[in-house]
Design a protein. Structure first.
Length: 448
């Protein structure tokens, strides 16, 4: 299939040629015609496979060739979970609308609200936004969505994970008319909440799944290393930073505080590193991403704030210093490398505190994962094994035990979720639950 087969506007074809793209990727080949035919669409394909263009091309084509439903309202709204991703998508959209009369604006949390009110009053054709801030403007009547023709949700599952269901529902009902088309894209669209949400928002959607989150990403080599503790993680990290052929590297940690701590440590050792976290203000965040994407630093240390969508061409390695709390983020984190046909390396550290997340990732990827060792840096920790099932308790004793425990908690703990240490030398016995309870969901990097 060629780009020419889509029947796109001449200006779009020129930009494609200018970008040097010779043929559509598989998701583009399948999704563009379906979207151009006006269908709602739920599309998933692996990280780095060109999903952005798969929605930008039909969006710009539609606006260029069809009459607007309204003169004032935005015609296309693209939502993304993080400011950094929204900014990147906006950059692509600007490129593909550069030689047209269409106006596009970017509305992000953390930026000046009144400036955005002015921008919205200029009746842009395209809005790219993070959902929280956009819903605030909608609430205050700074724009209307009755004329919206196309709603695009990039990384929809992550927006739901971050707790934006309410804002999305609000946006959905503000643009609830027969002619609206809705497109959803992600590498991971499997979980139940996404399907329920899609059932509310999309009309008889077509589904395209090229390679979903579980599928092995052939361009990314995954290696897992057992570790005993934080010092051990740091020693292994030093080893890899000294011995791997690195271009740029993204290191993911569990918390914001860890990004800073690790960056300071690496900088003190003379390495070129920078930390990005949701603690920083927007202009700092912009500066950091700008600087890293221009290659000024070799190492970016971040949280799941940067797990989704970011397309940084020189990232050769992703290091999971801590395993992610949300299982799907593993696929997205490692997908910051191995993009657009390039090869990438993903290294993950698995210590006692990471074990449950690791097992969840293993389950998600539907494979048994083996560990690699670095000579001289092998771990005593060999993993936790599930605690043997309790012997059946007599009904009476069971009832008494139950009345002493809070029901919700008892349910979670009793669900075969305990692990004990196996061959773990002198490491402490760990007891963790496998599932993330709603109250534990890390909203640290939520966008507003
Ligand atoms: P995804 O959203 O699937 O993770 P992106 O849309 O960010 O992937 O695209 C990944 C990279 O592939 C980008 O650098 C993009 O410019 C490039 N790309 C997109 N389409 C093509 C194509 N048809 N041919 C070659 N490269 C492409
Ligand atoms: Mg993407």
């Amino acid at each position: 299939m060629n780009f020419g087969d889509f029947g796109l506007d001449k200006r779009l074809m020129e930009t494609i040629e200018h970008k040097g793209f010779t043929e559509p990727t598989e998701i583009q080949a399948k999704a563009v015609p379906v979207a151009m035919a006006g269908h709602d669409l739920i599309a998933s394909s692996k990280t780095g496979s060109g999903k952005t263009l798969a929605f930008i091309l039909p969006a710009v084509q539609r606006i260029s060739t069809q009459r607007a439903l309204s003169k004032k309202d935005p015609r296309v709204l693209i939502l993304a979970p993080t400011r950094e991703l929204a900014k990147q998508v906006f950059g692509q959209l600007r490129l593909f609308t550069a030689n047209t009369q269409f106006k596009s604006v970017l509305i992000l949390g953390g930026e000046n609200f009144n400036d955005q009110v002015k921008t919205l009053s200029k009746d842009p054709h395209f809005i790219v936004a993070t959902p929280g801030r956009l819903a605030d403007h909608l609430d205050q009547g700074h724009f209307y969505l009755q004329g919206l023709e196309l709603l695009i949700l990039d990384e929809a599952d992550r927006m739901l994970d971050l707790g934006f269901a309410e804002q999305l529902a609000k946006i959905n009902s503000a643009a609830d008319h027969r002619k609206r088309q809705t497109l959803m894209f992600s590498a991971t669209l499997g979980h139940a909440q996404v399907n329920e949400f899609a059932a509310d928002m999309l009309k008889s959607p077509k589904r395209i799944a090229i390679e979903h989150g579980h599928t092995e990403h052939a361009d990314i080599t995954k290696r897992f290393y057992l570790v005993d503790n934080l010092d051990h993680k740091e020693a292994l990290l030093d080893h890899f930073l000294a011995n791997e052929k690195l271009q740029q590297t993204i290191i993911f940690t569990a918390t914001r505080a860890d990004t800073e701590r690790l960056a300071s440590k690496l900088i003190a050792e003379g390495k070129s590193a920078i930390a990005l976290s949701g603690d920083l203000n927007q202009s700092q965040r912009n500066q950091i991403m700008d600087s890293f994407s221009k290659g000024r630093e070799q190492i970016l240390i971040t949280t799941d704030l940067a797990s989704r969508g970011l397309d940084l061409v020189n990232v050769s390695h992703v290091i999971n210093f801590d395993m992610p709390k949300h299982t799907e983020e593993f696929v997205h984190r490692i997908g910051r490398t191995g993009r657009a046909g390039n090869q990438g390396d993903a290294i993950s550290f698995v210590g006692p505190k990471d074990w449950v997340s690791f097992k969840n990732v293993e389950g998600f990827l539907q494979q048994t994962i083996g560990f690699t060792e670095v000579e001289g840096l092998a771990a005593k920790f060999k993993g936790l094994k599930p605690k043997p099932k309790k012997k059946p308790v007599k009904a009476k004793a069971k009832k008494a035990a139950k009345s002493e425990q809070a029901p919700a908690k008892a349910k979670r703990i009793n669900k075969k979720t305990m692990f004990t240490l196996q061959d773990a030398g002198d490491a402490p016995v760990m007891r963790r639950k496998t599932t993330v309870a709603p109250e534990d969901i890390d909203k640290q990097d939520e966008e507003t």
